[in-house]
Design a protein around this ligand. Structure first.
Ligand SMILES: Cc1cc2nc3c(=O)[nH]c(=O)nc-3n(C[C@H](O)[C@H](O)[C@H](O)COP(=O)(O)OP(=O)(O)OC[C@H]3O[C@@H](n4cnc5c(N)ncnc54)[C@H](O)[C@@H]3O)c2cc1C
Length: 408
């Protein structure tokens, strides 16, 4: 197949889907192949641990584009097809169907996969991971009806959201986490404590500074989880949420520079000519931070895919969006933007105990990150404060009566 005027996107998640959309929106008239290992057309993952898992959102609502969109935009979608390898010299991708597709430009949006937990019993029935719509379907079936003993391993975003969904379905939930608070590495002890209180108030048995040694089962199905404290927690359902690892295999075998992800510059170009990467899999040079940053969040896929598409079209791209993510757990909605360092000072506008507040991470008096909880329409102002790099008056910053814009 001639590669002239042919762009291939490997990975039909949000980043890949949005890249395809932007190629057409920007007037690219060549062929666009969108190769996706999952049988589904591209969908968004955040609902999989939230509304879709509770049953409040239906299947149709998770898709990036409506049915038929790929045909009407002449995007050649390959659902259920894996790219096995590519040759950066020959400019050719080999699919697991045996087909070889030549490319002029190639975009890798292969995302990430749930990290596996290397403990005995992790392969028993009833032990779940949560990355795909199929995983969410299986977990929802296991949770719905309630009255089950659910053990969640890992108090990160997915573990906590799934714990909230499990409670929503009326199950008894225990969360086991090695760190002293949930989300300790991202939010630090104080803000991690907000999530600890939230889950305990909703009836979760939260076991901190606890790891699991073994998952036990009878007849091939899980029935308990053993912790390093010697406790044996009864379990009908176990969800393991211990993070995600970037899917770099294709890039690795092709000899591209990888580290924690596929290394790309601020224009999302990899070390191989005409090959780009975006979304969860990309460790992109961030002009603001002066280093490569890999962001495993929805907004980075939403904006990174389009940025890569523009770069493939030869436009000037300097991808410098600040990291941003959100979560919904019970009645708490939260957005976080920026990158707070571990030794930053955390101060709040409003009282966390009241349920609505903004936390700021400051270093040398400058705002590095902000987290707004049940407080809305402040992300732009927080990002402007971060970008301004000016020291702020902390009395004004913590005074809810002072508009954030006044601090700029
Ligand atoms: C349950 C869940 C909840 C989340 N909730 C939030 C949230 O609340 N807020 C937030 O900011 N972020 C959230 N995220 C993170 C967000 O969904 C991801 O950052 C986003 O999905 C990344 O998109 P992506 O397109 O880069 O990669 P992915 O979504 O991982 O898509 C990559 C696709 O590429 C495919 N693929 C991989 N290798 C190949 C290959 N060789 N050939 C063909 N196809 C391949 C994969 O099968 C996959 O379909 C959540 C993630 C999960 C799993």
């Amino acid at each position: 197949m001639s590669s002239e005027n042919t762009f291939v996107i490997v990975g039909a998640g949000l980043a890949g889907a949005k890249a395809a959309e932007i190629l057409r929106a920007e007037g690219f008239a060549g062929r666009v192949h969108l190769v996706g290992a999952e049988a589904e057309r591209p969908y968004e993952r955040p609902p999989l641990s939230k509304d879709y898992l509770t049953g409040a959102a239906d299947r149709e609502s998770i898709y990036v584009h409506e049915a038929g969109w790929h045909d009407t935009h002449a995007i050649e979608l390959y659902p259920g097809v894996r790219a096995e390898r590519f040759d950066p010299t020959a400019h050719e991708v080999e699919l697991d169907t045996g087909e070889r597709v030549g490319y002029q430009k190639l975009l890798l949006t292969t995302g990430s996969s749930a990290r596996r937990l290397p403990v005995p019993g992790a392969a028993l029935d009833g032990v779940h991971y949560l990355r795909t719509a199929a995983d969410s379907d299986r977990l929802r079936t296991a949770l719905s009806g309630g009255s089950r003993q659910v053990v969640v391993v890992g108090a990160g975003w997915i573990g906590l959201e799934a714990a909230a969904a499990a409670r929503h379905h009326g199950n008894a939930v225990t969360v086991v986490e090695p760190q002293p608070t949930p989300l300790h590495q991202v939010l630090g002890p104080e803000m991690g404590g907000v999530f600890a209180r939230l889950h305990r108030e909703h009836g979760v048995d939260l076991r901190l500074q606890t790891t699991i040694h073994e998952i036990r089962g009878m007849g091939g199905h899980v029935d308990s989880v053993v912790t390093d404290h010697g406790d044996e927690l009864p379990a009908d359902v176990v969800l393991i949420g211990v993070g995600a690892a970037p899917n770099t295999e294709l890039a690795d075998t092709a000899g591209l520079t990888t580290g924690n992800g596929i290394v790309v510059d601020a224009a999302l170009r990899t070390s191989a000519r005409d090959v780009y990467a975006a979304g969860d899999v990309a460790a992109a040079f961030h002009p603001r931070y002066g280093r490569h940053v890999r962001v495993e969040h929805w907004a980075n896929a939403l904006h990174g895919g389009p940025a890569a598409a523009r770069s493939m079209l030869g436009q000037q791209v300097n991808y410098d969006r600040l990291p941003y993510f959100f979560t919904d757990q019970y009645d708490l909605g939260m957005e976080y933007t920026g990158l707070g360092s571990a030794d930053a000072t955390v101060i709040c506008r409003g009282n966390p105990a009241d349920g609505a507040f903004i936390a700021f991470w400051l270093t040398d008096g400058r705002v590095e990150a902000g987290m707004n909880v049940n407080t809305w329409d402040v992300t732009d102002a927080i990002q402007a404060l971060i970008r301004s790099t000016k020291p702020v008056d902390t009395d004004l910053l913590t005074d809810p009566a002072v508009p954030l814009e006044d601090l700029l």
